[in-house]
Design a protein. Sequence first.
Length: 190
Amino acid sequence: MRRQQAMIGCIRLLLLTTSAAALRPLIIFGRPGAGKSTVAERLVAHPDADAYNVDLDACVPQWMRDNFAKGVYPTLAERQAFAADAADHVLTASDGKDACCVVSFSFVKDDLRDSFRELFPYATWALVDGSDALAGERIAQRDGHFYNPPPTRGDEWLFAPVAFEHLVLDATQPIDVNVERLLPLVRRRG
């Protein structure tokens, strides 16, 4: 049984990797509360944009949200399973679309980033960079955010430094300023 499950997992990974390698998403990431989803939503709504948004917050399972609320961070195996499910979600949402796929998610840890960088090697990454204090203020103002209140204990909750090429958007700037910076990446052709 285990061998069969491992074989199914390998086949799934091969199919996922093959399909994902052709996709060139724009990945907007940053601390929870930085404004990623707002930037992504405004970007795809821009009249000159040829893009659609895939917010990976929709993929976070309820048990993980419940654990976040209790201050329990997911294990590496749980994060890896989430990464595979999230990549599946991006591919399903992208099926048959020619527009640019704009993915928004925090990608707090390197292992999640590395998984997506492997699966989507042609992605452009844009960090919405802001302080923990600013992100905490925004989360506190937003009903229903699964980081509300923001966890305060343990290094696992800290946003890992980014060690690969990426664009940097200033979270303190007006949303429209950051949208204009990204618009050339998703501009409607013709």
